[in-house]
Design a protein around this ligand. Structure first.
Ligand SMILES: [Zn+2]
Length: 202
């Protein structure tokens, strides 16, 4: 979501109470539209849990242009996903990385992200990859992660990756009329996938 987009500026920024949303009492948030705003649409990153209310036409229009990761570099997206794996808890310590792109996300300052336990393998932007750990036989955690992706332990890296991409696409608010009730599931999937990556299964 590009918070600097003119579209965003034109739209009234206002959080709605659940009651308001339930009553469909609100008017469509699209400028100039007087239809009832019956459809919730997430405001996006940095405005978690806040919604616009649109009429059907405008929620479609909004969803068509909505991209949660808009404006984030691929590295920042990867970092966001990695953060999701640890529940966006800050796990970094002091340290500097060169060439890290500026990013002001929820858990901010990825340049100070370090990985003392080696849980995530190679860091994005790090100059050399972490030593390749011996490929472990799948443990309970890996099995559980595969489970969450609907796969069994025979799944290879390609299968895991394509299943993951598929599920993210399916669970993304874009694909669900802005419905974010699937977001927890999406987070789980991201966490599972990142775990599989960290143990070199994906
Ligand atoms: Zn409208």
């Amino acid at each position: 979501m590009n918070l600097n987009s003119p579209l965003f500026d034109r739209i009234r920024v206002k959080s709605r109470s659940k009651q308001e949303v339930r009553n469909n009492a609100a008017r469509c948030d699209h400028p100039g539209c007087t239809t009832a705003g019956e459809f919730r649409a997430p405001m996006g990153r940095l405005r978690e849990g806040q919604y616009f209310c649109f009429c059907l036409d405008h929620v479609r229009e909004y969803n068509a242009s909505y991209n949660y990761f808009n404006g984030m570099t691929p590295e920042a997206v990867a970092r966001y996903q990695r953060d999701a794996a640890v529940g966006h808890r800050p796990t970094w310590a002091m340290g500097q990385m060169e060439g890290a792109p500026a990013w002001h996300g929820p858990s901010d300052d990825p340049s100070r992200f370090t990985d003392p336990l080696g849980m995530f393998g190679q860091r994005a932007g790090a100059s050399k990859p972490a030593a390749e750990p011996a490929k472990p036989r799948q443990g309970i955690a890996a099995k559980k992660a595969l489970d969450q992706l609907g796969l069994d332990e025979t799944a290879d890296a390609d299968t895991i990756r394509s299943r993951y991409k598929n599920m993210v696409k399916r669970l993304h608010p874009d694909a669900n009329g802005g419905d974010r009730s699937l977001e927890d599931k999406l987070r789980e999937i991201i966490r599972a996938y990142n775990y599989l990556k960290s143990v070199k299964l994906a």
